[in-house]
Design a protein around this ligand. Sequence first.
Ligand code: FEO
Ligand code: CA
Ligand code: CA
Ligand code: CA
Length: 666
Amino acid sequence: MPSSNDTTPLSLWQRRLSRRQVISRGSELMFISTLPSGYLLAQQNDSQLQINFETVSPSSADKVVVPNGYHADILLSWGDPLFPGIPALDPDTVARGDLMLPAAAQHQLGQFGYNCDGMSLFELNDEEVVVCINHEYPNPELLFPGYRTAQRAGMAGDFIHQNPSCVDFMKGTVGVSVAHFQTGETWKLVLNSPFNRRVTANTPMELSGPARGHRFFKGSLDNDGKQVIGTLWNCAAGRTPWGTYLTAEENIDEYFGNRRAAKFSADVEQGHNRFLPRGGESRFRWEFADNRFDVETNPNEAFKFGWIVEIDPLDPSKPIKKRTALGRFKHEGATTSLTQDGRLVVYMGDDEAFEYFYKFITNKPFDPVEPENNVDLLDSGTLYVARFKEDGSGEWMPLVWQQTEMLTSRNGFESQADVVLRCRAAADLVGATPMDRPEDIAVNPRTGKVYLACTRNSDRVEGEMEVESAGRRTQAGSIGSNPRGPNPWGHIIELSEHHDDGGSLLFNWEIFLLAGDPAKGQFLTSLDSSVKALDPDSTYFAGHENSSELSSFGSPDNLTFDAEGNLWITTDGDQPRGNNDGCFVCPTEGVSKGGVRQFMSGPVGCEITGCEITPNGGGILLGIQHPGQGGTVEESISSWPEGGDAAPRPSVVLVEPEDRQRKLTG
Ligand code: FEO
Ligand code: CA
Ligand code: CA
Ligand code: CA
């Protein structure tokens, strides 16, 4: 064993494990000490859940607003160096076009990335924490002068072709940052930490699980189908009880252009259906500088994206692996819990209108004693998709090759690899329920109930489901999981697994919240699953009866729970009163159940992401993603946080009570 002052990643990992205690109680496992709070099987007690803070009013100001008695400190902003010797980005130089110079792309590889989204905390000890943070996508119109003008003229591709280092720069803005903090009086980045790391669109990683080596992965860039370069569109996240980070690849289709021109073989065509839309130029036009993103030249490259990716933040020597057993779709996040016999459950949403809600259960239990036994646990297990029934019951349908006649060669599935690669098509065939854009999921540590944010779906209208010939769904009636069509503000579903066991294949479900403005439209105080065809502006807040105590909110996205069983909700998109996105808190049990109140408002143009409670329960980490989106370099609508003429900077903030002896909301 290394000595206790050895700070290599491996030695910290070993020391951390040696502090871990495990208590077995009947068939339940109870883990103490460094395990994330979500794995603590907290005992339900009757104490009334307390949340004390002054509700924040909806705001349109270009600033972060928190309740009186709280402060928001910026922990990291886009362009902050993560390593010694890397220069800090100067937001005043963006308007000069400095980010289009090759040096900027080089520096970005050592700086905190753009558009921070999901994140997870890994506690090293009482005073140090490693944080993994996703970077979802770049905003070229906020990075490069002239880009939006070129785009409006239909010349964005030419702009990128003439300035290829813009693509080099953007590749460094995305992926994941790993950052080590000391968490004393104020949090401080440890600049020379062995844990600090950037994972980008250039980082080599492996494909593992059933699809490793699949013919779809073989191409001009990789002849064995086992390697991949980079991770893209990293949205929400999760962490495993063995201390690894799960980053979810979501709208990866936005990176691949020129499908229209491509001549595919029939099976590749089938593989791309229900995922890669037909189209010409991609959203970011990377294909004009790198033909890896040109579907005509590299028809198989896109298959390497759209997965859950596992990173060991405390051991950079371990390969990063895309876990194909968990299926390929627009992965929103990966929220974990344990079955009663100790296997890992991963809940996952597919964020597109009328796509599905999934869970994966490992074959083997998590081993809390021997970390090596968990290394490839996510490669073997069963993927399920949810079917919601109108009577409030539901079923998890296995997506297993040959287990049903549907998932056989009859429908083009020759192996489990084909099932995970064409996961959406497999889910269609077993009768999964189309949802309103499933986003993040959180498991209540007090009750084990599972909460799913469905952000909104304006395409949902009355009537029968229609499916276009290419397999993209266009509309569905008010069936299954949602009583509102259209659904402009989104909703949150509460799901109870039978016997409170994540390993169960049966569940009950109900609508927990119908988001919107409780002061507008019909405010419902009761709702059962037989209610259908509600007006789009009707709201329901888990039976709460006093609409004047509630905050309006829409477009729920990232979720988390605090130890007291309060659900924290961050938003991404339209708000019912037209204000900026924010962070909201909602008790899920007790007399204040459903009492959504706004805790924070973000600056102009941003969405709020992250939403992770600090290990001591005293603060919350929130991401300010894409401040200023909607503007351009030339016509800026936000200069947060610097102000003046500075470019807006996506950042992670820590919100805490000014009195650090207080709990976050106590
Ligand atoms: Fe990346 Fe579905 O939000
Ligand atoms: Ca999201
Ligand atoms: Ca979450
Ligand atoms: Ca989002």
